[in-house]
Design a protein around this ligand. Sequence first.
Ligand SMILES: [Cu+2]
Length: 278
Amino acid sequence: MKRSRFKLATHAAYVSAFLTLIAASRVWADPPTTWGRPFDASLDGNKIDWLFKFTTIAIGILFVIMAAILIWATVMQRDTGGRKAQYEHGIGRKHLLLTALVSSIIFFGVDGTLLYSSFVDLTETFWKWPTAKDHPVEVEVYAQQWVWNFRLAGPDGKFNTPDDVVTINDLHLPVNTPVFVKIKSKDVIHSFYLPNMRIKQDAFPGSITQLWFEPTKPGQYVVGCAQHCGVSHYKMHGTMTVESQQEYERWLHDESTAAKRRFDQADSDAHWGWDWEI
Ligand SMILES: [Cu+2]
């Protein structure tokens, strides 16, 4: 009897390990996959992915340990002879210390590592804003129900002037160049989301938020809104085209020439840009 229970417990452990392996393989799956994370096409997205992987591994290990204890308790300790279950509240100081030790290892080992790594990533990368010497591409983003408005300064380098390139749901960027984005909202709270860049930032009416990233792979990527912002929230998405420096400059030149031609001083709705410093 004892032998068959042991067999059952072993099989259950195999199934748990197998399921965990499948889950872990999804974390590592390289692009493009039909499910799992969108692939990372940015310089620093790997830092975010590391946090995902660490969290999955830690939770996977804890899951297997907990499942093994539960399976052992329910299968191996099953009452077959009319014996009543016994329980206890823990025996004194020794059990208390053991509980405190296990909790501390999990808390500081898992949560502590995540907190520390996030803090380091933020201070050393994501909040280290590009300066003039990094020559970033500067973009103003104006969110509204339910489109993304993008503004590039054009050849004069100044925002809100006739040569600005203004587009709707269509962002063009050069590859391997830092991109500094400042965001505002016209109406409600939106969230500027670039899944392939592993970056996301809320857009508020009345204040400016910012983020930066560096695309490293040419291609077309989704620009999403990650904040439910009204009935047509699901329609609020655009395209980010990452291209070579030459292609980008050609596009910027053509668009800027066309923008100057159709500039209308009286069209106040079109002049939503703001001075970059503010
Ligand atoms: Cu939105």
